[in-house]
Design a protein around this ligand. Sequence first.
Ligand SMILES: [Zn+2]
Length: 594
Amino acid sequence: MTVIAQDPAVRRKGKILTAKIAVPAEDLLGGPTGYRLQLVDYDASSRRFFGRHELPVSYEKEPKHWREGDQRIVTDYRFHAQNTYALVMKTLARFEFALGRRLGWSFRTHQLKVAPHGMYDANAFYSPEQEGLVFGYFSGTSGAPVYTCLSHDIVVHETTHALIDALRERYMDPSNPDQAAFHEGLADVIALLSVFSLPEVVAHLLKPHASTKSANLIDREDVSPGALCSSTLFGLAEQMGDEIESIRGGALRQSALIEPDATLKDTAEYQEAHRRGELFVAAIMRGFISAWSDRILASGTPGQQQFPVARVAEEGADIADALATMWIRALDYMPPVHLEFGDALSAALTADLEVRPDDSRYHMREHMRTHFRAYGFKPTSKRKDPVGVWDPAPTGLHYDRVRFESMRSDKDEVFRFIWDNRDTLALRPEAYTEVLSVRPCIRTGIDGFVLRETVAEYYQVARLTPREMKAVGVTAPKEYLHELREQAAERRRKAGARNGSRGADAVGPMGGDDEDMVTPLYGGGVLIFDEYGRLKYWVHNDIFGSKQNERLEYLWQDGYLRAGRDGGRFRAARLSTLHRLRATEARKTPAEGW
Ligand SMILES: [Zn+2]
């Protein structure tokens, strides 16, 4: 299918730069409606329905002017429908390929609802409640409408939010500064790598004015990391339209511009989720550029002064693709709750090592470690060889009472395995434990090497009174505990007054029982089994571990933890809200210029 390569502002010889992408084969109904997606062209702002779109049945049947990137596609809603459908499906297929299994959404229905012109707003968001993606449109400074559904990386960014949510449903909960930043950062990374995996885009960015013939050459000095970074990353940010730029290009430019500095992550500015997410994006994209530059400079004859643009572009697209696979697979090796960037990095290093043991071609793992370190992030795993990879699972586990065949799909069987090994796997009996998912997968390496694994995810919850927290070694912030006690006392005073007026026996339990002063704590882990049913990795976050203190302190300081009606509660933070704030801020910027 033909899609717009980046957004309508990125042009080559006056035409919008388009790309041909592969999507899973299916016979679509009108809408289009397919097996995983239902496109609903309804605008909630104007309450208008733009009809069911019938897409061309094949690439060959597409109107010629679509493929040529004619200006008319900017206002052609049928083309908008194809562009949105194709990019969502390509992203889903990308995830399924990397993970080696089918992937559902985080909600019950099979089909994600997608509204390409869902609202009049300079914004787009993923909403699990609405089971879909909503793309806005708005009037640009020239008065012409600007459509977010025509921006490649906005569509992929929102789809990635939906896919991360499907894999790690607790990552939308407030937890620590890294977790929300990771949702944003990875959505940006997958979006950028998706754009960079199109050789058309890469070739255009390298030589915007040249023709695409392979005879075109690029000078050695232009493939140094610095030169590639400014021609491609900055180049993309600069070419993106001024309008869409206020939502996306600005953030992209900021991420690419952040000079490596290990102290930034501790500054107040980088505690905010989007800003912090940019550090994650910067580390990965700079790692991408370095791997790419090294690969080109090491190719050809020693000291070769010029390289064919087509080959440089293809190599870049290949590396972008391999890197996307690495980071998508990493999700399986990440703890299900309380993720920090160091965990994500250890997960990526482990996932990559498992399927691509030989990294001599791109040195990708080394590039990732180097660039994360430059922004002050180290792998959580202290393992020395291989560096930063998760430690192997503990020894002495019992397998004699579980049946592996069942463990590949049955949550109860996996729970039994955890239960039988509760001491080794530090299952805290005071907490409620639930196996969230069990997923068998078959992953294929680029060399055709096949890896079979089963990934099981479990989640733990405990609601503890202050006394119980103390007993398990968790310390909540003093001010919070004070508020909790005040509110409980107030409730008891009121209940006592009511009871008194009715003449019933007076006061309820005072001081002794503090059941209404509980604080929720969360923990959990991921179990990775090999094809013989042996545990390979166990990545977990102890529900009563030392990090809980820090986390409660952060949540309290940032207003996420509150003393409520029946004890402590976390305020729900929704990504759609975060996006709205970001777009509002972005729109202020041009206004400030007046
Ligand atoms: Zn986002």
